[in-house]
Design a protein around this ligand. Structure first.
Ligand code: NAD
Ligand code: DAU
Length: 368
């Protein structure tokens, strides 16, 4: 039995990944380490919390002595690091926690894994490691910066992050790369495009817009709304990470994306139309919105995000040709299912929007 450490497993992608791994690898033990920040939510995991192959541990990836003890206790074979501060807008308000978690936290994990896995040294003085171990850093296409109208990010595109969030993710990537080079540390880095799907915190575009349409609240579109993101269903991201974890060549970076570029305004229009259609045909528990009152008038253009990246697009040639991965969802299917999930999970949405969410929303959007 392999023991896998998943950090940030109570967040959006991490919780989907924990479930994916328990389903795909019945002989793996999954330890989910999460600090349960505003973005971490154990409600995302209620359906698997009693699985004997699953364990939750609360803690901070940047807490060195706690992490060292954890590695001593569990003797992990694989580490997948999702834990991060993940929202660009928050990084503009408060960059420091992004450096602390995303950069310092990654360094602590790298040291703990290196210490646990090292078996000796080779004839050139490089560390040698236990057979079959690997550290996978979950990164983002945002480390490459922004594209103009044409072109795509490949794994050799220069790192040119533009926001405090993406620069902290790039800092972490460079540390992982350096451990791979200096210590021959067994690692991969994956860089994925924008994810959508169940359990995404409603500070991000898609769940925020769905939630606002249902509440007949304004839909705040930054600037002209013509910024382009390359959307991938979260379950396809999970299968991509699993593929790299098991088949990726050590030391390599793999982009993950599904060739699915959309302008933000297209996404918002689609959400308005689809929520309206669904609410006019079906009853959803906890929703009493009159579908006939949903219209394009909900859209408002607000002040643009500072330093807003115009376009992202992932070239996925390496992972598709070298490792045989491909996405299983079309956007058309995935987005309709996702909207349905949020409409059917109003209790979950209400729970994550209690606590600090209203305050956050006021602070972020009242000045726009
Ligand atoms: P999220 O914000 O939903 O979840 C982050 C999780 O990390 C939360 O559960 C939080 O409690 C936990 N966490 C934060 N600080 C921690 C700390 N110090 N110690 C332990 N746990 C901590 O984020 P997400 O959207 O699921 O993204 C997960 C990862 O994937 C991030 O590394 C992000 O950079 C990367 N990524 C996200 C996307 C996307 O579209 N969401 C795309 C590409 C890559
Ligand atoms: O590309 C991968 C990245 O995608 C991940 O690394 C990040 O963790 C993840 O948050 C996401 O970053 P974005 O900034 O692209 O996602 P967000 O959902 O915040 O915004 C998507 C687009 O929508 C972006 O162009 C900003 C715009 N937007 C967003 C919000 C929240 C709006 O126009 N209005 C909004 O209210």
């Amino acid at each position: 039995m392999k023991t896998v450490l998943v950090t940030g497993g109570a967040g959006f992608i991490g919780s989907n990944f924990v479930k994916y791994m328990l389903d795909q690898h019945k002989d793996y033990k999954i330890v989910n380490l999460d600090l349960l920040t505003y973005a971490g939510n154990l409600e995302n995991l209620t359906d698997i919390e009693d699985n004997p192959n699953y364990e939750f541990v609360k803690g901070d990836i940047a807490d060195r002595s706690f992490i060292n003890d954890l590695f001593e206790k569990y003797h992990f074979d694989l580490v997948v690091n999702f834990a991060a501060e993940s929202h660009v807008d928050r990084s503009i308000e408060n960059p420091e926690i992004f450096v602390q978690t995303n950069v310092m936290g990654t360094q602590v994990l790298l040291d703990a894994a290196k210490n646990l896995w090292q078996t000796g040294k080779d004839e050139n003085g490089y560390p040698t490691y236990r057979e079959g171990v690997k550290y996978l850093q979950v990164s983002t296409d945002e480390v490459y910066g922004a594209l103009g109208k044409t072109g795509m990010f490949t794994e050799t595109t220069p790192i040119q992050p533009n926001s405090p969030y993406s620069s902290s993710k790039a800092g972490a990537d460079l540390l992982v790369r350096a451990y791979g080079n200096t210590f021959k540390f067994p690692m991969n880095i994956t860089r994925c495009s924008n994810n959508y799907g169940p359990y995404q915190f409603p500070e991000k575009l898609i769940p925020l817009m769905i939630s606002n349409v249902v509440e007949l609240k304004n839909l705040p579109i930054y600037g002209d709304g013509m910024q382009i993101r390359d959307w991938l269903h979260v379950k396809d991201h999970c299968s991509g990470i699993d593929t790299v974890l098991h088949k990726g060549r050590l030391g390599e970076v793999y982009n993950i994306g599904g060739n699915n570029e959309k302008a933000n305004i297209e996404i918002v229009d689609l959400i308005i139309a689809n929520v309206k259609e669904k609410l006019s045909k079906n009853q959803y528990n906890g929703i009493d919105t009159d579908a006939s009152t949903i219209s394009d008038d909900l859209k408002i253009h607000v002040e643009d995000r500072l330093g807003h990246d115009r376009r992202y697009a992932i070239d996925n040639t390496k992972i598709t040709t070298e490792l045989g991965w491909s996405p299983s969802y079309t956007f058309e299917q995935g987005i309709v299912e996702t909207i349905d999930w949020y409409l059917n999970n109003q209790d979950w949405l209400k729970q994550v929007k209690s606590g600090g969410y209203q305050e956050y929303y006021e602070k972020m959007y009242s000045k726009k």
